[in-house]
Design a protein around this ligand. Structure first.
Ligand SMILES: [Zn+2]
Length: 66
């Protein structure tokens, strides 16, 4: 399964956030990835490897035009 993701993409994780939303924006990319819950705004930082394991799919590419 290809997991191609970029800064500002909106992604779905394998587990939804306790607030009931499963939509996250990638707001920082490096050795660690920082994502922001689109429901409640909580920020979560995790190592890239963990992020790739927990991320289910990209919902919306930042580069896409609406
Ligand atoms: Zn949330």
């Amino acid at each position: 399964m290809e997991k191609s993701y970029e800064l500002h993409d909106i992604v779905e994780m394998k587990k939804q956030h306790p607030c009931g939303t499963n939509s996250w924006e990638i707001i920082r990319m490096g050795a660690d990835i920082r994502i922001k819950c689109q429901g409640c705004g909580q920020l979560i930082l995790m190592p890239r490897r963990e992020f790739e394991r927990k991320m289910k799919k990209v919902l919306h590419k930042a580069a896409d035009k609406d």
